[in-house]
Every structure is written in structure tokens, then in C-alpha cells.
Design a binder for this molecule. Structure first.
Ligand SMILES: Cc1cc2nc3c(=O)[nH]c(=O)nc-3n(C[C@H](O)[C@H](O)[C@H](O)COP(=O)(O)OP(=O)(O)OC[C@H]3O[C@@H](n4cnc5c(N)ncnc54)[C@H](O)[C@@H]3O)c2cc1C
Length: 494
């Protein structure tokens, strides 16, 4: 396999920044494997020459785990994009370099089925599915990782030999723990995933058309927007309270609102608007949307009109809410700080949010609240490595900037905002009655910093809760030399 080095015209593109422009790497060389054997060879050569390898699939990492100046060999699997039905495993095989959008497209056009996964079509499945992976359809169908049947991984044994291995969820599979670790353990931990096999947990036939959930026949999206200037602290508080109360009441697995997913965009006042956007599936969609908005938006006393549009699942999935992912959105430096909630925001958290979202600072930022639960909450916390299974909201404080001068005020704002949301638990959402840690697909290295996490609860408990010791055993067995690591990677021993 050809090494792409500094003088190759492809180098600057491949070594260049990916989604989050906050980070840049400078690998000695880059490899573009096209098969599992290529990946084994690539890893073997890195190990033999004592160079640090790292894998990239879709390049949407939110921290600098890939774009890291200490990485010497970048193994980019984005040419490995095969998607097909594997009759032997009675499951869909999806190679790690495929994007989420391409997976949606192939599964829909080929078989009319869907894997419930993330929102942005450009994310790579390689770094996504193994982090749990939630999205627009999670309340109805669960997490992508809940459909993981098997995984093919390239890793390195204690003698330094690279090899590939397949692990499935079959009860008698000796590698079952390795499969389990890929249902929420996160990217860059155990080796390089070359292929996933996906199949519904209850599917046991050989018919591809029923191996995954049927794709929605149609999608109804909704959007509501208010001018920030029409809000005062009281109406803001009511909106956040109503969103939390609705989520608490309607996140059970048997809720009739399971097909509805909604995000409250509490943008900083600088951005001008507060918005709700979401979608529902099925013939009841218009009614569910009306009732959802009547419960949340009506009582605040500000007029609103909802813009409802119907589209096919595929059309939506390949370009969801185009205004969110418009050109330029991926040209920012960004920081995202995520938290799971089991109960709605308290009044003091709402007051904190109001203070930060109306603060007189020149930043672009927001607090996003996404509905959660439904089918996600039907799986027990240890059945997969995605431990948070009774939450009602996933919340994120976000900021982004293009001008380097924006870095300090933006980082300062987002870090302090998040910290002040959790004043009684050391600045982080510790697992307790109200909060439940954070999502590894939205990694935040601050959780490992004593400055920003003063809870005494380590970062790995925030992400993995009681599943961490089990993940450590998988790490010790399958990557004993710790070839694959980053700032928040699983450590074989504490
Ligand atoms: C715009 C945007 C929208 C997002 N929306 C969602 C969402 O709706 N739901 C959600 O759950 N998450 C979401 N995410 C987070 C996303 O799932 C993670 O960032 C994910 O890790 C990205 O995978 P990637 O392959 O694109 O990233 P990469 O940057 O390629 O990799 C991310 C991490 O995974 C590792 N990795 C990559 N490929 C492999 C592999 N083949 N084997 C093992 N490890 C690998 C990398 O080494 C790195 O540590 C979003 C992120 C962005 C930027």
C-alpha cells in the first residue's frame, strides 16, 4: 500500500483539518487501505517501526483524538465503503468508511429499511456506531448500537502481531465481550473496526427486508421560531420547564409520542432566535406534532406558527434541516459539552441558562435540548456498553467560532456555562437522581480535567458508569500493548 507523505499532492487534503477546525495533526504518512488485509498490514508496519497509528473514518471527531500532532501514522479507512446484505450472517455488512448518509441511502434503496443512527449524513459509521449513536429515530427504534450484530476489528496481540478478528453477539461466541465493547465503548479504543454487521435484536430469519426496521413511509418535520427579543426571563423559564415536563411525561417506551423527536434550540441572544425543530413519523404525525407544540409552546403566551413539511425518509435523511448543516457550518472550531438528564432542568438551572444565553459577550453558542428515551430506555444498562438507559433528555452546551480571536471568549463561555449548570456536583452531570453522565460520541476532554470536573467522579464513570471495569477487561485482552489510545481512551487498569 502506498504511503502518502508530505510531497504527495493528496497529503495536504488528507492531513488537513476535518470537521472540527480546532485541531490539526501532522502525520509522517497516511495510508488509504481498501481491505481488511490492508488495514492489518498498515497496523503491522506502524507497530514494527514503533510509530503511533490512529484511525479515521468520517473525520467528525469533536475532540483532537485523530488530528493530534503526536500521531505518526494516519490510517484513513474512507475508501472502505461497501454496504451489502451478508446472507451467511443474516445481517447487513457496512464497512467502516461509509458515511451515515450513504448507509441510509443504500439501506433504503436496496431494502426499504433503516438503521436508527446520527443526524448528520457526513459522519463516518466507523467512529459513530461504536459510540452508541443516537439520532432522529432513536425514540422510536433505539440506538444504532442496539442493532449491532457483529464487528470485524484489526488489533495487535501482546507479541506485537497485528491480526483481524470477528466478534458477534451470539451467546456462544468466545469473542462476545469484544462485540459488547463496540456497543457504546467509543472510537479509538480496541483497534480498527473494518466492518459492522447490523441486524435487529429480535430478527432471526434470513429475509433482508425484515433484518432491520422498515424505514418510515414518510417524515413530517416541524419548525417553530421566536424572536429572542420577545422573551423575558419568565417566558424563557416557562418554555424550558414545558419542554422538560413534556420529555418527562412522554419518554417511556410505551409513550404514544415515541415516534416524535424534538430539539429545543436555546440559542444565545446574539443569534436572534429561539427555535424548536423536530419530526414525527406515521399517519398520526400531524396530531402528535400539534399536541407536542400545544403542550410546550402554547402556555408561554407568545404567538407561534409551526412550519410542517412532509418528505420521504431518504430525502430528509440526506439533507435534514438544511439550515442547520448549511455550507460553512463545517468550517468552524467547535466545543461541545454534553449531559444526559433523567429529570427536567431545575429552576436554578433555568436561571443559569438564561444568564449565559443573554450574557453580553461576543460569541456564537447555544444550549440544545434533545428529547431522548422511548425505545432507548427498553435496554438494560449492561446489555450494551451504552449505560444511560433511563434518560429523558440529551443536552449540549455548544459554541463555535471562525476568527481565532473568538477562541478564548467562546471556550470561557461554554465551559463556565456548563460548570454552573451543575454547581452541586462539581461542575459535571454526575449520575444521580437528575443527571446521568455524558455521551462518549460527544467527547469532552474537560471531564478529565480537575479544573472542570471537581466532582470526584472520574471521566470514565461519567461516560460508562458501571460498565467501565468490563470495558477495561476487554481493553486488556484485545489491545494489551495499548496501541490505540487518546485523551479519553479506555485504560486497561486505573
Ligand atoms: C456535525 C456532527 C453531528 C453529529 N451528530 C451526531 C448524532 O446525531 N448522534 C451521535 O451519536 N453522534 C453525533 N455526532 C458525533 C459523532 O458520532 C462522533 O463524532 C463520531 O465519533 C464520528 O465518527 P467519524 O468516523 O466521523 O469520526 P472520526 O473523526 O473519523 O473518528 C472519531 C473517533 O473514532 C475513532 N474511529 C474512527 N474510525 C474508527 C474505526 N474504524 N474503528 C475504531 N475507531 C474509529 C477515531 O480514531 C476517533 O477516536 C456528530 C458529530 C458532528 C461533528
Amino acid at each position: 500500500m502506498e504511503k502518502i507523505t508530505l510531497n504527495d499532492i493528496r497529503y495536504s487534503d488528507l492531513a488537513g483539518k476535518r470537521f472540527n477546525k480546532r485541531f490539526a495533526g501532522k502525520p509522517e504518512y497516511i495510508l488509504l487501505p481498501e481491505s481488511t488485509k490492508d488495514v492489518v498490514d498498515a497496523v503491522q508496519e506502524a507497530v514494527n517501526s514503533k510509530r503511533r497509528p490512529v484511525v479515521r473514518s468520517g473525520g467528525h471527531c469533536l475532540e483532537g483524538f485523530v488530528s493530534d500532532p503526536t500521531v505518526q501514522v494516519l490510517i484513513d479507512v474512507s475508501l472502505m465503503t461497501g454496504i451489502y446484505y451478508d446472507a451467511e450472517k443474516a445481517a447487513f455488512a457496512v464497512e467502516a468508511g461509509a458515511t451515515v448518509g450513504e448507509m441510509y441511502r443504500r439501506l433504503f434503496l436496496g431494502w426499504g429499511v433503516v438503521l436508527p443512527a446520527g443526524e448528520h449524513p457526513g459522519i463516518g459509521v466507523g467512529g459513530h456506531i461504536l459510540g452508541g449513536a443516537f439520532g432522529f429515530l432513536c425514540r422510536e427504534y433505539g440506538l444504532a448500537a442496539d442493532y449491532l450484530y457483529g464487528v470485524e476489528l484489526v488489533t495487535v496481540d501482546a507479541s506485537g502481531k497485528a491480526f483481524s478478528v470477528i466478534a458477534t453477539r451470539e451467546a456462544d461466541d468466545p469473542n462476545r465481550e469484544l462485540w459488547w465493547a463496540h456497543t457504546g465503548g467509543g472510537g479509538g479504543n480496541f483497534g480498527i473496526v473494518t466492518r459492522y454487521w447490523l441486524r435487529s435484536p429480535d430478527s432471526n430469519g434470513t429475509d433482508p427486508f425484515s433484518a432491520l426496521p422498515k424505514a418510515p413511509a414518510s417524515i413530517s418535520t416541524f419548525r417553530v421560531a421566536w424572536d429572542w427579543k420577545d422573551f423575558d426571563e419568565l417566558s424563557f423559564s416557562r418554555l424550558v420547564q414545558n419542554f422538560g415536563a413534556w420529555s418527562l411525561q412522554n419518554s417511556d417506551s410505551d409513550s404514544p409520542y415515541k415516534p416524535l423527536f424534538s430539539i429545543l434550540f436555546l440559542n444565545h441572544r446574539n443569534l436572534g432566535k429561539i427555535e424548536i425543530k423536530g419530526l414525527s413519523t406515521g399517519t398520526n404525525a400531524p396530531r402528535l406534532i400539534d399536541e407536542h407544540l400545544a403542550a410546550i409552546a402554547k402556555p408561554i403566551g407568545l404567538p407561534y406558527t409551526s412550519q410542517i413539511e412532509e418528505s420521504s425518509w431518504l430525502r430528509f435523511a440526506l439533507n435534514p434541516f438544511p439550515e442547520l448543516f448549511q455550507p460553512g457550518f463545517d468550517n468552524v472550531q467547535a466545543k461541545i459539552k454534553d449531559a444526559f438528564f433523567r429529570r427536567p432542568f431545575s429552576d436554578s438551572q433555568i436561571a443559569t441558562a438564561y444568564k449565559y444565553l443573554t450574557a453580553d459577550v461576543k460569541i456564537g453558542g447555544m444550549l440544545g435540548m434533545a428529547t431522548y428515551g422511548g425505545k432507548v430506555n427498553t435496554v438494560s444498562p449492561d446489555a450494551t456498553a451504552s449505560a444511560q438507559r433511563d434518560c429523558i433528555l440529551d443536552v449540549a452546551c455548544n459554541t463555535g467560532w471562525m476568527d481565532p480571536k473568538g477562541a478564548a471568549p467562546s471556550m470561557d463561555w461554554v465551559r463556565n456555562f456548563y460548570k454552573d449548570l451543575f454547581p452541586d456536583s462539581g461542575g459535571v452531570p454526575v449520575p444521580n437522581q437528575q443527571t446521568d453522565g455524558s455521551m462518549i460520541n460527544h467527547p469532552d476532554t474537560d471531564l478529565a480535567s480537575p479544573e472542570w470536573n471537581q466532582s470526584g467522579i472520574p471521566w470514565y464513570t461519567l461516560y460508562y458508569k458501571e460498565n467501565y471495569p468490563r470495558l477495561q477487561k476487554v481493553k486488556a485482552k484485545w489491545d494489551p500493548l495499548d496501541i490505540f489510545y487518546h485523551a479519553l481512551s479506555i485504560r486497561a487498569a486505573d
